[in-house]
Design a protein around this ligand. Structure first.
Ligand code: NAD
Length: 466
């Protein structure tokens, strides 16, 4: 415990955060903001050097400022040395990646296993290992046996699970003001340690659910499955709309007024991606099958398929606007990140669509305000523009793939002066269809009729079309 420092509560555990990616760097920095002494640990020397020098190695609004603030206090340091980590920490948060395995839907737990084992082998006094990574149910139980078998202190080394719900783009706010905390524990001591580790948040009234480790693991995948299902639900309705001439935008709006349904995550479009939802629903389905309850979450396979079909359907719309053949057609792709306010391109629908267009022979130019470097690493064959103007200049079809504010706010008249043909596919239902049509654009969106039927428009839209 931190001791002998005036003004610092003796009960504040010293923390390590193992794995300083999107989740871990944010957690380490925010814990130091809350007043704890924190050591960030990663196997990636470059990442550690950048963080120690005050540079956040990814885009997350507000995080660089917080890093600068806490580095000055001396409460946050970074290392690649696991001996130092084992000696330093009372509570060790493990935040390493759990990507999808190659050739399987299961989660790849090699990084988790390695981080827990390397730490456990070195720990010589009572400490708590806390998993924050998203893992299949039963991982904590398996790891408890593993770490206790390799640790010099055996069963004195305890393990808990504390799943993380932060959203990229809002990570600082979500970490400092989470909507809930979940503590999956195996002893009262572990619960006390976690309460000490989150004392400032508990004092703020953040609700905490104390559970067994299996429930804690399940909360995370259950939450992500629910969100994915809601997105795919409205996108399934978009497919029905496309076959009937109905308008999914109006449908979503009408549904959203029902507060049993609610409007959040009911936005039709290109669907979900990123480093969490896709791999989490796949790993959940895989794990449920292993547990003999595969039928219970079989529907997540459909949720995944609906989501992936949106990408193919977006390509269809671009092809339709191009006259049926994409070969040689200049396409401006606005967006690469899996969502706005992030530079994360893991399983990004935007990049996937850009790649599919390219493979059909289109000349694709991509622009994203923050994700170009990551996108270029993932798909070096695509062309990348350094700004929106250069991206759309001469385009025969423009397609909005990530709903950055910069794209939403663009003036359709000015944009129209740059392109070769005023044709746009709004993959995110983020643009003002009426304003675009008024400025002479052919506007298409998934699940919306190609031709405007003014009889179903609300009044202000009627005026604009007229
Ligand atoms: P990431 O790939 O950005 O970061 C993982 C980090 O772990 C990397 O820096 C890597 O170098 C490091 N690492 C790998 N093996 C290590 C080891 N043995 N020891 C120390 N460091 C090691 O991944 P992320 O997005 O931060 O996700 C981490 C976990 O958190 C995943 O399980 C993810 O599902 C979960 N999660 C992520 C988010 C999010 O928004 N990114 C939100 C909630 C939960």
């Amino acid at each position: 415990m931190t001791a002998n420092r005036p003004g610092v509560d003796d009960r504040r555990p010293r923390m390590t955060v193992i794995g300083t990616g999107y989740l871990g760097a944010t957690h380490a920095i925010c814990m130091a903001v809350l007043g704890y002494d924190v050591l960030g640990v990663d196997v990636d020397q470059k990442k550690i050097d950048a963080l120690a020098a005050g540079q956040v190695p990814f885009y997350e609004p507000g995080l660089p400022e917080k890093l600068a603030e806490v580095l000055q206090t001396g409460r946050l340091r970074f290392t690649t040395d696991f001996d130092e980590a084992a000696a330093f920490g009372d509570v060790h948060f493990i935040c390493v990646g759990t990507p999808q395995q190659q050739g399987s839907e299961a989660a790849d737990l090699r990084f988790v296993d390695s981080a827990f084992t390397e730490l456990a082998r070195r720990i010589t006094r009572k400490a708590l290992l806390v998993g924050k990574s998203t893992v299949p149910i039963g991982t904590a139980a398996r790891l408890t046996q593993l770490v206790q078998s390799v640790s010099p202190i055996g069963a004195e080394l305890e393990l808990a699970w504390n799943p993380e719900f932060l959203r990229e783009g809002f990570a600082v706010e979500d970490t400092l003001h989470p909507d809930r905390l979940v503590f999956g524990v195996q002893s009262e001591w572990a619960e006390r340690m976690l309460r000490d580790a989150f004392a400032p948040l508990l004092a703020d009234g953040v609700p905490v659910v104390v559970a067994d480790t299996a429930t804690a693991e399940l909360v995370k995948v259950a939450a992500n499955s629910y969100l994915a299902t809601k997105i795919s639900y409205i996108n399934a309705m978009a497919e029905v709309c496309e076959a009937t001439g109905a308008d999914v935008s109006l449908l979503a709006r009408a549904l959203s007024y029902d507060d049993r349904i609610g409007g959040r995550f009911l936005k039709p479009g290109l669907g979900f991606g990123g480093g969490c939802l896709p791999k989490d629903i796949r790993a959940f389905r895989h794990r449920a099958a292993e547990l003999g309850v595969g039928a219970a979450v079989e529907f997540l396979g459909e949720v995944d398929q609906i989501n992936l079909r949106r990408r193919a359907r977006t390509v269809d719309l671009v092809r339709e606007l191009a006259g049926g053949d994409l070969r040689g057609v200049r396409v401006a792709a606005l967006g690469a990140a899996f969502k706005p306010n992030s530079d994360d391109v893991r399983d990004a629908p935007a990049l996937d669509v850009a790649r599919m267009l390219y493979l059909e022979g289109a000349k694709v130019t991509v622009y994203d305000p923050e994700a170009i470097a990551n996108a270029h690493r993932a798909y070096p064959d695509l062309d990348y523009a350094e700004n929106m103007g250069k991206c759309v200049r001469g385009a025969e079809v423009t397609v909005l793939l990530t709903e950055w504010d910069q794209f939403r706010r663009a003036d359709p008249t000015l944009l129209g002066e740059l392109v070769a043909q005023k044709r746009i596919v709004d993959g995110r239902h983020a643009l003002d269809a009426t304003a675009y049509r008024k400025a002479g654009w052919e506007y298409r969106a998934l699940g919306r009729p190609a031709v405007v039927d003014t009889s179903v428009l609300i009044d202000h839209e009627k005026d604009a079309v007229a």
